[in-house]
Design a protein around this ligand. Structure first.
Ligand SMILES: [Zn+2]
Length: 167
């Protein structure tokens, strides 16, 4: 079974390596990640969140319920226009075990390229929620968390509510 890594674990702060070959292991891990994401009512999950330092993620467009399995995703273009949305993360939980949320400003739309589970190259322009999710998840592959976008004061306030990872 996969285990969720929590804020404070260095695995969430490490830049992930590209996937050279799509092995059956990567594919079955992505299937498990989709199950885990659904069970926890999440809309995205990136490999480092389960302790794997490779560039892949799963996400769901909440409107269409389309699930994406992205290998080596890359955001190649970001809109100048930004918007504010509330974000949470399955790795950033409060003492009640539920995600803590904060408003984050990010580009409103992005163009993303990735390799899908069949090894085909894909490209899509996303806006609104899917754009938000793909930015949040690809950040995980570079060791970034949504709390990094908050002002020091707001981050401090949020982190006070966050349950810390303990060895
Ligand atoms: Zn996250």
């Amino acid at each position: 079974m996969l285990q969720m890594k929590l804020c404070g674990d260095l695995v969430l702060r490490t830049k992930c390596s590209p996937i050279e070959q799509i092995t059956p292991d990567v594919l079955s891990t992505m299937d498990e990640m989709v199950d885990m994401m659904r069970e926890q009512n999440g809309v995205g999950l990136a490999a480092p969140q389960i302790g794997i330092l490779s560039r892949f993620l799963v996400m769901m467009d909440p409107d269409s319920e389309t699930v994406f399995r992205m290998i080596n995703p890359k955001i190649i273009s970001r809109s100048d226009k930004t918007c504010t949305m509330e974000e949470g993360c399955l790795s950033v939980l409060g003492n009640d075990g539920l995600p803590v949320y904060a408003n984050v400003v990010r580009p409103e739309s992005v163009i993303v390229e990735w390799t899908d589970e069949h090894g085909a190259n894909q490209m899509a322009e996303m806006s609104g929620l899917p754009a938000r999710i793909v930015q949040h998840e690809t950040d995980h592959l570079d060791g970034k968390l949504f709390v990094d976008y908050l002002s020091p004061v707001r981050r401090e306030m949020l982190m006070r509510k966050v349950k810390k990872f303990k060895k």
